[in-house]
Design a binder for this molecule. Structure first.
Ligand SMILES: *[C@@H]1O[C@H](CO)[C@@H](O)[C@H](O)[C@H]1NC(C)=O
Ligand SMILES: *[C@@H]1O[C@H](CO)[C@@H](O)[C@H](O)[C@H]1NC(C)=O
Ligand SMILES: *[C@@H]1O[C@H](CO)[C@@H](O)[C@H](O)[C@H]1NC(C)=O
Ligand SMILES: *[C@@H]1O[C@H](CO)[C@@H](O)[C@H](O)[C@H]1NC(C)=O
Ligand SMILES: *[C@@H]1O[C@H](CO)[C@@H](O)[C@H](O)[C@H]1NC(C)=O
Ligand SMILES: *[C@@H]1O[C@H](CO)[C@@H](O)[C@H](O)[C@H]1NC(C)=O
Length: 492
């Protein structure tokens, strides 16, 4: 697969977070941070000429206090915290060989990255953190879950140096402090899966160099503020209670690779300005209240590989007649349950990279385009619960290859052309409910509406076996999400 242009390490790590649980401590590239630090390897201590280098005493004291506040009092017995390093502290020397703390991480990520764990019932973030004038990375994972507390506003005082703030799955409550907008050197802000409420502070817009913003799985309300992040690669606001429109300022984030605003309460149309997102690979706006029509500018998202708009009631919207022509790399198209009307455009079947197509639970009519015969990579097609008519244009081989990933049930007039050799109603149980077409004298043409299905009104949704139980549907949906993510990751 195509390789992306080189991504900053911070972003790569964020993207790889979910499946691989990569350590964050590698975020060390720091062009533009004014500090007297020598960018030397972390093993600097053993390389000191006379072995006398020490941790800056004020910082050492601060580290003791921060460690105590997380239930890691053992650290106070380490005479020199940079010398007696544990996984989760990173230090760097200045030119006088005094060591400064640049990174602190907490929480058991995986067996490989055993950062100090927090006592989740008592831990808090010590204000002594503001006494670390060189700190670049703060990482707290599952630290305060049973001692719910707000994100401290004093973190905003770390503005001059902090590049990465990760407070993930910590049980934080209350609003996102507006002071975080003072962290103008941040590249990564990750507040995923807390109980944060209130609205997204407008002040975050000051963080011009942000590359990854993840506020997903919180309880954030209110509108999405104007977004203008020239180098932002990842924007994840999914699973909140955000309302109002998708701001058209989104077009001022031209470096976006992944945009996920799914599962909110966003309304209004998708702004035309998304056409500016030329690097976008994944767009997930599913389960909102967005309205149609789909902006024509979608077709200029040349890098897009996954378009997921499922569960937005865009009533009376049609699939663009050009079938999203231009999205040559599109692999995943999920437009289920959107009230879509009209036909499936023939051009859709000519998108060269499509693998997963879900158009189920709409009001789509007409026939399945013949172009779908030639989609060699198609591995999953859901057209169930529509008003499609005419013959299924697939060969016996294709039908068998796709198996249960081909879902055609509950369409008013689909039928099987007997000449395909597909046996109806017997071995091909996943086509149950679809009968043989009544063949006219002439060969069938693309406009197949004149072909009547012999099933007629005797056709009923025989597809009621447990294979379509909601549990299965949910599992498949989850799998799709994982597939999406894996596709995405495999590009990096
Ligand atoms: C060790 O190096 C430091 C700074 O480089 C210097 O101040 C100190 O005098 C040295 N000590 C010895 C014993 O050489
Ligand atoms: C930090 O942010 C707050 C709120 O956005 C602001 O009132 C304050 O003046 C800022 N402090 C500094 C030191 O910039
Ligand atoms: C946020 O949640 C807290 C309780 O954790 C509540 O007291 C507060 O009113 C909530 N604020 C908003 C804006 O919903
Ligand atoms: C499809 O439905 C639309 C109304 O939603 C109707 O105008 C059109 O004629 C239908 N087309 C076919 C082929 O049935
Ligand atoms: C069949 O699909 C239509 C939508 O096209 C839906 O309204 C209807 O409830 C479905 N029938 C069954 C039995 O699921
Ligand atoms: C579907 O599952 C239910 C219980 O989960 C069972 O009672 C029922 O017989 C099953 N139906 C079929 C067609 O297998």
């Amino acid at each position: 697969m195509r390789l992306l242009p080189s991504l900053p390490a911070a972003v790569v790590l964020t993207l790889m977070w979910v499946p691989l649980a990569m350590p964050f401590t590698v975020i060390m590239s720091d062009s533009g941070v004014p500090s007297a630090l020598v960018d030397a390897p972390q093993t600097g201590f053993s390389m000191n000429k006379n072995g006398s280098a020490r941790t800056n005493p004020q910082e050492q004291q601060a580290v003791y206090e921060i460690m105590k506040a997380t239930g890691n009092g053992w650290a106070t017995e380490i005479p020199d915290v940079c010398r007696g390093r544990w996984h989760g502290i990173e230090c760097m020397p200045d030119k006088d060989e005094v060591f400064h703390v640049v990174s602190l991480s907490f929480g058991a990520l995986s067996d490989d990255t055993a950062f100090p764990t927090c006592d989740q019932t008592q831990s808090f973030i010590s204000p002594s953190i503001t006494k670390l004038p060189y700190i670049r990375t703060l990482f707290f994972y599952r630290c305060f879950s049973y001692n719910p507390q707000p994100i401290p506003s004093f973190l905003g005082q770390l503005g001059p140096t902090l590049q990465s703030l990760v407070l993930r799955d910590n049980g934080h409550v209350g609003p996102i402090p507006a002071e975080l907008g003072n962290l103008t050197r941040l590249r990564v802000l990750d507040l995923h899966r807390n109980n944060l409420n209130g609205s997204i502070p407008v002040s975050l817009g000051r963080i011009a160099g942000l590359r990854s913003l993840d506020l997903s799985e919180n309880r954030l309300t209110g509108p999405i503020p104007s977004l203008s992040f020239p180098v932002l690669n990842v924007l994840d606001l999914s699973q909140n209670h955000l309302m109002g429109p998708i701001p058209s300022s989104l077009g001022n984030c031209p470096s976006l690779i992944k945009m996920d605003m799914s599962r909110n309460r966003l309304s209004g149309p998708i702004p035309i300005s998304i056409g500016a997102l030329k690097s976008l690979i994944l767009m997930d706006l599913s389960y909102n209240r967005l309205s149609g029509p789909l902006p024509i500018s979608i077709r200029s998202l040349n890098s897009l590989q996954a378009l997921i708009l499922k569960g937005n009631p865009m009533d009376s919207t049609t699939i663009p007649g050009d079938g999203f022509e231009g999205l040559k790399g599109l692999m995943i198209l999920v437009l289920s349950d959107m009230g879509l009307e009209g036909p499936i455009p023939d051009a859709l079947g000519r998108l060269p990279s499509l693998r997963v197509v879900h158009l189920d639970r709409n009001n789509i009519n007409g026939s399945i385009p013949l172009s779908f015969q030639d989609m060699k990579d198609l591995s999953e097609l859901r057209l169930n619960d529509n008003r499609l008519t005419g013959p299924v244009p697939f060969s016996r081989e294709t039908v068998w290859r796709m198996g249960r990933k081909l879902r055609l049930y509950n369409n008013s007039g689909l039928c099987i052309d007997p000449r395909t050799g597909i046996e109806v109603g017997s071995d091909v149980s996943f086509l149950s409910g679809i009968s043989l077409c009544e063949m006219p004298k002439s060969t069938p043409t693309r406009t197949t509406q004149h072909l009547t299905s012999i099933s007629g009104d005797t056709q009923r949704p025989v597809w009621s076996s447990n294979s379509t139980s909601s549990a299965t549907k949910e599992a498949t949906f989850l799998l799709l999400h994982i597939t999406t993510l894996l596709f995405f990751l495999s590009l990096l």
